[in-house]
Design a protein around this ligand. Structure first.
Ligand code: ARG
Length: 289
């Protein structure tokens, strides 16, 4: 009788443990709400994220990060919902739990690593290492070094690393101007309101190519450490359950070469007539800028 009781107790214990494991799993799934993975991004950063104006609804959001987001959602067996918003809002949405993650061309920074749970590094192409200043072609001889930007205005996107780089590496008397989107900054440059725009090399080259000779690369490139040339996905601290999927997909798509392939594909698409960098405000409304 006593032995039977002992067996019964052990069975009860095992059953309890199984249930707990099951319930935990269910809980983790439920935090990714209603069967969809929500991802914030600012689609003004071709080829990483931009808008294909020939499409509408969710389909209009394209780019390397959108492909990565889709692959993550597929891996999790969830639908994908892209939430477009300003680059700054993308990050606060993660912190506040309004979205599951943000995939928006984030370079690694120590500050981001402290604030967010960050994914493993992903790097769609080798040349995104440089950060440049785009200038008007007629001024290209004026701007060869960081010092040459002393006393003039240089634009960069709010909350971007290029903004930090401007503050750190350009002379103290450079006027650093923040723009919600890179397009607004490029427009201001063309209109002569500012003298340069600090952007990632890949993005800058696209602007130059699309400018019909109006814009060119200044002779100055920012110097920075290797880690910062890597891209990361931002998640809320504590969401290791999500990070596991993200890291698995990053590893697989890097290994298979798909990540690089996406970059090539999306760079071509970025040069097409339908490609547009669209800036959204905090509420996810399109702005004119
Ligand atoms: N790579 C830069 C950063 O990490 C700029 C990213 C901008 N991304 C965007 N979707 N607008 O800050």
């Amino acid at each position: 009788m006593r032995r039977l009781f002992a067996v019964f107790m052990v069975l009860l214990l095992i059953a309890g443990m199984l249930c707990m494991a099951g319930c935990n799993e269910e809980e983790a799934q439920l935090t990714v709400s209603e069967g969809v993975l929500t991802v914030s991004l600012s689609p003004d950063f071709a080829p990483m994220e931009f808008v294909d104006t020939s499409k509408s609804g969710q389909e209009q959001y394209v780019g390397v990060d959108v492909k990565l987001a889709q692959a993550i959602a597929d891996e999790m067996g969830l639908g994908l919902v892209i939430k477009p918003m300003s680059f700054e809002a993308c990050q606060s949405a993660v912190l506040g739990g309004a979205v599951d993650m943000s995939i928006s061309g984030y370079a690694y920074t120590e500050e981001r690593a402290q604030k967010f749970l960050i994914s493993d590094f992903y790097k769609p192409e080798e040349f995104e290492e440089l950060h440049m200043i785009v200038v008007r072609s007629e001024d290209v001889d004026k701007y060869k070094t960081a010092e040459d930007f002393g006393g003039v205005a240089v634009g960069a996107q709010a909350s971007s690393i290029q903004l930090d780089l401007c503050h750190e590496d350009l002379p103290d008397n450079t006027e650093v101007v923040e723009y919600a989107g890179i397009d607004g900054a490029i427009q201001a440059l063309k209109e002569g309101k500012i003298e340069g725009v600090a952007v990632a090399d890949g993005r800058g080259e696209i602007e130059i190519e699309n400018s019909d000779g109006e814009l060119a690369a200044s002779g100055f490139y920012f110097e920075w450490d290797d880690k910062a040339t890597e891209n990361i996905v931002l998640m809320q601290k504590g969401r290791e359950d999500l990070a596991a999927y993200v890291n698995k997909v990053i590893a697989a798509k890097t290994e298979s070469g798909e990540l690089h392939q996406w970059y090539e594909e999306c760079s071509d698409l970025a040069k097409s007539e339908n490609a547009k960098n669209v800036v959204y405000d905090e509420k996810g409304e399109e702005t004119g800028e």
